[in-house]
Design a protein. Structure first.
Length: 144
């Protein structure tokens, strides 16, 4: 059974798991709308992810599709997205199986790997930046 979507006046609807429902769009503004709508501690993780990507990957391309922010390189494809769940923020490395070391969580898709960021967890900045540097250089997923 799906949880009912909720919203407050002047704020985006939160879908099950607390994921913000944001209209699709391209650019930093729509990604910032998503991050600002993330609930509670998840917002801090969203800001951290976005800050790390922006600082590490020059000319990163940003978009929101399927209520998920995506990051990529023009003419190369998308390398990362993230999404809110009840107990964590799932970071998806679309080419994660090619990263060294691989992000810790396997996917049904052999190319994809995940990491989960939980409440009160401090992500390993050095490893995350290392993954970003690698992922941005690899062919990405065209997705859309």
């Amino acid at each position: 059974m799906k949880k009912k979507a909720t919203s407050t006046q002047n704020s985006p609807t939160l879908l099950s798991g607390g994921n913000p429902q944001i209209s699709k769009g391209d650019g930093d503004d729509v990604v910032q709308q998503y991050i600002n709508a993330m609930p509670l501690w998840k917002r801090d993780h969203g800001r951290w992810i976005d800050d790390m990507i922006t600082a590490t990957v020059p000319n990163v391309r940003k978009a929101v599709r399927w209520n998920t922010p995506f990051y990529g390189i023009a003419d190369q494809g998308w390398f990362l997205g993230f999404h809110c769940f009840n107990r964590y923020v799932k970071v998806t490395f679309l080419n994660g199986a090619s990263l060294e070391p691989q992000p810790p969580i396997e996917s049904k898709d052999a190319k994809v790997r995940y990491m989960h960021l939980h409440e009160n967890e401090v992500p390993d900045r050095e490893t995350f930046v290392h993954w970003l540097e690698q992922a941005a250089k690899l062919p990405g997923d065209p997705l859309f």
